[in-house]
Design a protein around this ligand. Structure first.
Ligand code: Z5A
Length: 216
């Protein structure tokens, strides 16, 4: 299906286990039921090369420590692939793109978490994204213990091992939360969602927000 007008780019952000994947899938189903073509994707990842970079970034054990700047550059290398080969073409043909994490995560994790200079991130962002910005970002917020508890519950149930980020200490995740909070105060596109509530109530708010985005 093609459409005359470009699609909307919507990102979902927040800490670990706050419900990004669950709610993206819910929003995608709701939009599709209204005849909108939707692509669900994620970062790091979303294309074959970007998914290969994701494997390196999330792998818990490497024979050497990953340098924080190398981590930042890999995030943007994956993003460049993703933007050029998936996000821009999809938007151009009128598809809505729902993306699990984007550059706000880089600011929160590499900027606040790893404490890399925000100016470096801003320079890379300008290079890689040019004029591309999400039309809207849903920031799912919950206390760390809630998100981590949900994520661990899901990981244990699936028999999965923790990844390289999940191995970080509490103070890292506290800085990441501060990063998202700072972003929400800077960016009017960010809509804060209290994700500690029961799922039905989170989804009710998301639908109300989606209905304000277009003629739905
Ligand atoms: N990263 C980075 O450092 N820099 C960057 O630029 C980017 C990423 C783009 C990718 O991990 C890692 O990459 C991430 C940051 C870093 N690391 N961390 N930490 P990921 O995206 O694969 O994983 P994640 O972001 O941590 O998400 P997650 O653990 O997959 O969680 P989620 O998608 O937010 O949650 P969920 O899977 O939808 O829900 C978790 C469980 O909770 C599940 O069983 C649900 O059924 C349940 N749930 C969800 N909502 C509710 C409510 N409201 N009530 C009760 N239960 C709920």
């Amino acid at each position: 299906m093609t459409s005359a007008s470009p699609g909307l780019f919507i990102t979902f952000e927040g800490g670990e286990g706050v419900g990004k994947s669950t709610n993206i899938s819910f929003c995608a189903d709701w939009l599709r039921a209204r005849g909108i073509e939707v692509i669900v994707t994620r970062e790091p990842g979303g294309t074959p090369i970007a998914e290969t970079i994701r494997e390196k970034l999330l792998k818990a054990h490497h024979p050497e420590a990953m340098d924080p700047l190398a981590e930042l550059l890999l995030m943007f290398a994956a993003r460049s692939q993703h933007i050029q080969n998936l996000i821009r073409p999809a938007l151009a043909r009128g598809c809505w793109v729902l993306c699990d994490r984007f550059t706000d995560s880089t600011i929160a994790y590499q900027g606040f978490g790893r404490q890399l200079p925000l100016q470096q991130i801003s320079t890379l962002k300008a290079l890689v994204q040019q004029d591309l910005e999400p039309h809207c970002t849903f920031l799912l917020e919950a206390p760390l213990a809630v998100g981590m508890g949900r994520a661990r519950g899901r990981t244990d149930a699936a028999g999965e091992a923790v990844d390289r980020f999940e191995q970080e200490q509490l103070d890292f995740f506290e800085r990441v939360q501060q990063g998202f909070d700072w972003l929400a105060q800077q960016e009017s596109r960010i809509r804060r969602i209290d994700a500690a509530r029961p799922l039905a109530s989170v989804q009710q708010q998301l639908l109300a927000e989606l209905q304000t985005l277009g003629a739905l």
